[in-house]
Design a protein around this ligand. Structure first.
Ligand SMILES: Cc1cc2nc3c(=O)[nH]c(=O)nc-3n(C[C@H](O)[C@H](O)[C@H](O)COP(=O)(O)OP(=O)(O)OC[C@H]3O[C@@H](n4cnc5c(N)ncnc54)[C@H](O)[C@@H]3O)c2cc1C
Length: 597
């Protein structure tokens, strides 16, 4: 029998991806361990941002993280497949495509909506627990506005323009937030008065957002009310029909669109495979302190699949739980294989952040309550932090593109200020002009003898300027008022200690850079880096107290040129795609995620 240990992780959600990453790190150099990550989609879905998809704020690519690129340079074998049965005794998973043997199994299949047996909900409501769900909401919501535009009957028009979001946990409130932003966009598009649209947020409990403190609940409620959302608490839904809902107290609310976010339970696939979920645990698998299932010690359950109680309360089904259970299971599998000590699960929730539309957020981070701009900024930072851990700079850049630079209808907390693109062809003349100026500067220095050995001009020699005494007098006559009266202390030290003893070399470097930047900008080759170098040289001139205010326009020109000026009528246009492709296939780029698609 082979000694190779096969670890199979089922589900590449937040928990599964974390488990795979940790296991990869621990077994990177161990050829006796195989790690397989099976997921029904080729991407990891950023579920926490699904409301943005449902509300047409961002495109679907913004929540899809390609699994193959995350794990390309690792020993994790990503398999796209949907497993439909598990034989725990034989240690094998089966799908329509084949079967997968395992020695250790990690169940990270996530959750699904819970309907609590409420009549008609399953047939008449949209849910939001997968990318598919979120995409399904977009077109019908918009088509209601389209139909309403042509509907003359006032009552029918009102029903078409009424939307109920059932549930006011973080998913419900975030969906409502997107809908009031979307309402504005669709009303403009279909020429509808915004006052005709009614948004309901219906919650059975006395308060919305139960995981937040009352002051933040009140802030979120007030903000929604300001946006004309009808927030209804203590309003349990007992029936849903194609025309609306019925509440426990007998009230009926008419609406053609119902979005159900009321509850969540473990993915029913998992208990369906025969493992014991435990009673009353909503399809979640009872695990011990090490995230092992109670039935089989080589089967672990993580994320939304796991049921684990702390002080009599189950761990919440949120991202931090998923990541921490994934890490714990991975650690303990490693401990089991290497016969080292297992560790008990410790939950450490840092807080919750709930966006209420694209411009407002309420959050509690490490016990600090916050709202508005700061909370929204924190939410983006936390998302960026997560993406950095999963896929580095590449994912960060994608996020910035989707959330800011390509945002439509100003639906970002900084409005549309970052999303107005310019055609880079407008920058071509500026690029060439700046390039020519640098080239002239460089050539002038060559003519002045900067490359002649012993002809030191870059630093002062024996009490005069670097130039000869006559030149110094001429320069004094033409002198401009420098930005700095004298170099700052650190720069003076650098000049004396580093530049002066190597003046010839530094002179050569300055000339080389000026001519190089000039040629690069004229040809449009490596324009971004040439622009950064341009900034560096200008900073150097300013710090050496040699230059006046007029040079500052170079700074602003360089910043403008960094914004893709190499994209038109340039060598970059041809060279960059080739370099990108070549670089993307380098092992270093793949392991460090230092590449863009
Ligand atoms: C709209 C929405 C908003 C949310 N907002 C927040 C928030 O703001 N903050 C927060 O902390 N949490 C939030 N959550 C909850 C959070 O997303 C979940 O707790 C988290 O995703 C759980 O991670 P997981 O890895 O257990 O499961 P998931 O992320 O659901 O991943 C499960 C994976 O398993 C795969 N899978 C399932 N069955 C199979 C099978 N049979 N074969 C192969 N693959 C399978 C699925 O395709 C999926 O990729 C939100 C959830 C939703 C839906």
């Amino acid at each position: 029998m082979s000694d190779t240990k096969k670890i199979v992780i089922l589900g590449a959600g937040y928990a599964g991806v974390e488990a795979a990453k940790v296991l990869n790190k621990k077994f990177k150099k161990d050829n006796n361990v195989e790690i397989t990550l099976i997921n029904s989609n080729p991407y990891h879905t950023l579920l926490t941002e699904l409301h943005e998809i449902a509300g047409q704020r961002t495109h679907k690519e913004s929540v899809m993280v390609d699994l193959y690129s995350i794990f390309k340079a690792t020993k994790v074998n990503v398999v796209r497949d949907t497993v439909n049965s598990i034989d725990y005794k034989e240690q094998v998973l089966t799908s329509e495509q084949g079967s997968y043997k395992y020695d250790y199994l990690v169940l990270g299949c996530g959750a699904e909506p819970a309907f609590f047996g409420v009549e008609g909900v399953q047939d008449n409501a949209f849910t939001i627990w997968s990318l598919k769900d979120a995409l399904k909401i977009r077109t019908p919501v918009e088509s209601m506005f389209e139909k309403a535009r042509d509907e003359k009957d006032v009552m029918k028009r009102r029903d078409l323009l009424s939307i109920i979001v059932a549930g006011a946990g973080f998913t419900g409130v975030e969906v409502v937030g997107e809908l009031f932003d979307l309402k504005k966009v669709l009303c403009q598009k279909y020429d509808i008065n915004e006052d005709e649209v009614t948004l309901y947020n219906v919650e059975a409990m006395p308060n919305i957002l139960p995981m937040l403190r009352p002051a933040l609940q009140a802030k979120a409620t007030n903000f929604m009310k300001k946006k004309k959302v009808d927030v209804m608490t203590n309003a349990a839904i007992v029936k849903a029909t194609p025309d609306g809902i019925v509440l426990k107290d007998g009230r009926e609310i008419k609406a053609k669109t119902l979005i159900w976010t009321c509850g969540v339970q473990g993915n029913s696939f998992v208990p369906g495979t025969g493992i014991t979920p435990g009673t009353g645990k909503r399809n979640r698998i009872q695990v011990n302190d090490f995230m092992q299932s109670m039935d089989y010690t080589n089967v672990y359950a993580i994320g939304d699949n796991a049921w684990y109680e702390i002080d009599g309360k189950p761990i919440p089904q949120v991202v931090e739980t998923a990541i921490q259970t994934g890490e714990c299971a991975a650690h303990n599998i490693h401990a089991d294989i290497t016969k080292t000590e297992k560790k008990k699960f410790v939950l450490n929730i840092h807080g919750f952040m709930v966006s209420v539309g694209s411009h407002y957020c309420v959050a509690e981070l490490m016990g600090v309550p916050m709202s508005g701009f700061i909370a929204m900024a924190m939410k983006h930072l936390v998302n960026l932090h997560y993406l950095w851990g999963v896929g580095g700079l590449k994912l960060i850049w994608n996020y910035l593109l989707h959330e800011f630079f390509h945002m439509e209808n100003n639906r970002s907390f900084v409005g549309g200020h970052l999303s107005h693109g310019t055609n880079t062809a407008w920058l071509v003349l500026l690029r060439i002009y700046v390039g020519v100026l640098w080239l002239i500067e460089g050539i002038k220095k060559v003519q002045e003898g900067w490359l002649v050995a012993g002809n030191i001009k870059i630093v002062q020699v024996a009490g005069t300027s670097g130039a000869s005494a006559t030149e110094a007098t001429e320069q004094a006559a033409n002198a401009v008022v420098p930005i700095l009266a004298q170099p700052p202390a650190f720069y003076q030290w650098f000049t004396d200690a580093v530049v002066a003893p190597n003046a010839g070399l530094f002179q050569f470097m300055v000339v080389f850079m000026e001519i190089g930047i000039g040629l690069a900008l004229i040809a449009g080759l490596f324009t971004f880096f040439a622009s950064i170098a341009s900034l560096g040289l200008v900073a150097n001139f300013v710090l050496s107290a040699m230059t006046g205010w007029d040079i500052l326009w170079f700074v602003f020109a360089a910043i403008a040129l960094m914004g893709g000026s190499g994209g038109a009528f340039s060598l970059d246009y041809y060279v960059q795609p080739w370099i990108k492709k070549w670089w993307k296939n380098r092992k270093f780029a793949q392991t460090s995620y230092l590449y863009f698609d």
